[in-house]
Design a protein around this ligand. Structure first.
Ligand SMILES: Nc1ncnc2c1ncn2[C@@H]1O[C@H](COP(=O)(O)OP(=O)(O)OP(=O)(O)O)[C@@H](O)[C@H]1O
Length: 247
């Protein structure tokens, strides 16, 4: 379980010696429960990816806390095996000199040294993400966008994390491939008994996959709403944003 409490984040504005700072996140507090699929939506630049990086422990908040079962997520030991991520840019997410097998082997080697087990597990992972075993030998440049993102998803779930953070993970894919990946995510969620934090600007995708949606505005939480009540959002901004996106 994630507990995010009064998180603040700013970046230096201008040059290295500038004292001006851009406040990107202010007073962010919410919980994420095991197995939940939480969508994070908002206009471009509102701070969604920054929040994602803080949740992954890649960056630290200036103030406030991000705890995973009471422990700081910034601590590598807390993250290990609990949270992993899939990003939008699948092309740069995989080392171009690695085969699919080598890419999938990387996280597995951190967990155990049993080569036989790794070989079998990679076979199972490929089947689970809908790829033929012959994909083992392929290089990233031989994959379509959808296939490459399936490999990224296979790699992210290989350590059986309890939470998978997806940052615009389907945004670069064609419409029909997006639906296939969303359906795959639904299947994997049950298979691995995991939950998602799904960062997107696509409200329809969020509504398809998520249980709750957190709406951000200029670095703050505007509203958190259960997906079935999306049409009844309270804040005028959230209502306008939803109308704009759906229109
Ligand atoms: N490392 C950084 N240094 C300085 N400013 C940054 C940094 N990362 C993000 N920002 C700024 O923080 C703001 C929020 O960026 P962020 O990428 O989190 O927004 P976003 O909601 O994910 O946007 P998008 O949907 O366009 O990806 C932007 O103004 C961005 O320029």
């Amino acid at each position: 379980m994630f507990t995010i409490d009064r998180v603040e984040k700013s970046y230096r504005k201008g040059g290295l010696f500038s004292k001006d700072r851009l406040q990107v996140l202010s007073d962010i507090s919410f919980d994420w429960k095991p197995g939940e699929c939480l969508g994070i939506i908002g206009e471009s630049g509102c701070g969604k990816s920054t929040l994602g990086r803080l949740l992954l422990g890649i960056e630290k908040p200036d103030a406030g806390s991000i705890l995973w079962e009471g422990k700081r997520i910034a601590d590598r030991r807390t993250r290990l095996g609990n949270i992993s991520a899939v990003f939008q840019d699948y092309t740069s997410s995989i080392n171009p000199f690695y085969t699919v097998e080598q890419a999938l082997l990387e996280p597995l080697k951190l967990q155990s040294r049993n080569r036989r087990e790794h070989h079998d597990k990679i076979g199972r992972l490929l089947v689970q993400v809908g790829l033929d075993p012959s994909f083992r030998e392929k290089f990233p440049h031989e994959l379509s966008g959808g296939e490459a993102q399936r490999v990224c998803i296979a790699r992210a779930v290989s350590t059986e994390p309890r939470c998978l953070l997806l940052d615009e993970a389907i945004s670069s894919l064609d419409g029909s491939v997006q639906i296939q990946i969303l359906d795959l995510l639904k299947e994997l969620k049950t298979m691995y008994n995991m939950g998602y934090i799904f960062i997107t600007h696509d409200i329809q995708a969020a509504a398809y996959l998520c249980d709750r949606v957190l709406i951000m505005r200029s670095g703050q939480i505007e509203e958190i709403v259960r997906t079935e009540h999306l049409k009844e959002v309270q804040s005028p901004y959230a209502r306008k944003l939803l109308q704009m996106i759906i229109a």
